[in-house]
Design a protein around this ligand. Structure first.
Ligand code: PA5
Length: 429
């Protein structure tokens, strides 16, 4: 369950001012009457998801676990960030799961791609190519290179059994290729856009391969769906969070929301959040710029700016109460480092004090508003809950700004420019 603390926002948030907005937008989401309503399938996904496909995801995950050393996830934006976020949040940065997960298709860097291909040369690897459109350049280029390597290693017939395509039900180049070659295929539903797709096969297959408990994750999302289906802002932390960030943006002129975690394993959660909110809200000349920091690491880089720099931001802290692993600080006879005052304390306790001290420094001394979201533990259940919480908060926030949360027209502009420069047919004007 999520706890939201708005008591460190410097000026108090007048939640009562948003009572009517909450009712109106809640209804708009429920009735699917808002902008972009054809992409609100994520709202009821935790109960409506395709159970037959879910079983197939688990079967495919087991097959990959039993037969391969590496799964290469080829996708970009919403087609990989959720999976990566979950896998790192649950397994940490030094995972012990049997199948290593590697990401490609999220960059056009020849340095990165050449090194991954080289690393894969002597590995038994499978590919999960993920693209709703089936035509995204970064993903398509990576997929072509990966296939070439795989076929050269195992031949086309075996390669086809090691390729899993997650894409649109009917359309796109990836779907056509999958049908022709007989790849096992998973569907990205029509009514769910990329950045809202982590709880579809887009996220679930890689997460399951990495050993994540996808049943627990869907249960967490389901419970969030039930808990947050509530138009009363006084008792709905999701709408309170959305209203608070809207107030800080509109009234307090904070133009940047910095997602802060105290766990390196959650750095990719911030990346997922940046994409979710940035791509949903940043349009029509409005929107908060999402930024992120991992503390206490970044207290030694961005900390100075946050404390004393221009007053352009607020922080949204995502705090996990109980760590999955802990370390004890022991007493040292010589105490040459002077650290015996910490003897007998766990590292998680020190990290907690770092958070509490930073919170005071930033909000009280620096007058930087801080929102705090706390979850009890980082496990699949709570992560599923958190995904749903933020998706709903994002949809609600964008509707407060009176924009369409579910499109991304601006993303197309760089593609057109790039295609023209690359001489792609049809882009010569
Ligand atoms: O959220 C989105 O819709 C985007 O970030 C897409 O996920 C991203 O552009 C990748 O698109 P596709 O899945 O079509 O390859």
């Amino acid at each position: 369950m999520i706890k939201l603390d708005l008591s460190h926002t410097v000026s108090s948030i007048p939640l009562d001012a948003y009572i009517q907005d909450a009712k109106y937008i809640n209804n708009m989401l429920k009735e699917k009457s808002g902008l972009g309503n054809e992409f609100t399938g994520w709202l009821t996904l935790p109960k409506d998801y395709d159970k037959e496909e879910f079983a197939r995801i688990k079967k495919a995950a087991k097959y990959i676990q039993d037969n391969f050393d590496v799964l290469v996830v080829a996708g970009i934006g919403g087609s990989y960030l959720g999976a990566r976020c979950a896998i790192e949040a649950l397994n940490g940065l030094f995972p012990t799961n049997k199948v290593q997960i590697i990401y490609m298709g999220n960059t056009l860097s020849s340095n990165y791609v050449a090194q991954v291909l080289d690393y894969l040369k002597d590995k038994k690897f499978a590919i999960n190519c993920i693209s709703k459109s089936g035509t995204t350049t970064e993903t398509s280029v990576a997929f072509r290179l990966l296939k070439e390597l795989l076929i050269s290693k195992v031949g086309e017939e075996e390669a086809n059994k090691a390729i899993f395509a997650t894409t649109d039900k009917n359309r796109g180049a990836l779907k056509q290729e999958a049908d022709k070659k007989g790849y096992e295929t998973f569907v990205i539903p029509d009514n769910i856009g990329g950045r809202y797709s982590v709880l579809t096969a887009v996220g679930l297959l890689p997460i399951a391969v990495a050993g994540g408990d996808i049943d627990a994750m869907m249960k967490g999302a389901y419970d969030a769906m039930i808990d947050l289906d509530n138009e009363d802002i006084a008792t709905n932390p999701c709408y309170q969070f959305a209203a608070a960030r809207y107030y800080l943006y509109k009234v307090e002129n904070k133009s940047i929301e910095m997602y802060v975690t105290y766990e390196p394993n959650l750095t990719q959660l911030s990346e997922w959040l940046k994409q979710l909110f940035g791509e949903s809200e940043g349009k029509d000349g409005v929107g908060l710029l999402p930024d992120s920091a991992t503390f206490s690491t970044d207290l030694h880089s961005l900390g100075q700016f946050i404390q004393e720099g221009s007053h352009c931001l607020f922080e949204t802290n995502i705090i996990v109460e109980e760590p999955n692993f802990d370390v004890m600080i022991n007493s040292d006879k010589e105490n040459l480092d002077g650290l015996n005052f910490l003897a007998g304390k766990k590292l998680s306790y020190i990290n907690k004090k770092a958070f509490e001290g930073t919170l005071l420094a930033h909000s009280e001394d620096g007058k930087v508003p801080n929102i705090i979201i706390t979850i009890p533990k980082m496990d699949a259940y709570n992560l599923g809950y958190l995904f749903y919480f933020f998706e709903k908060a994002c949809g609600f926030s964008a509707y407060l700004l009176e924009i369409n949360p579910f499109n991304q027209p601006g993303v197309e502009i760089y593609k057109k420019r790039m295609f023209k420069l690359l001489g792609k047919p049809g882009y010569d004007k």
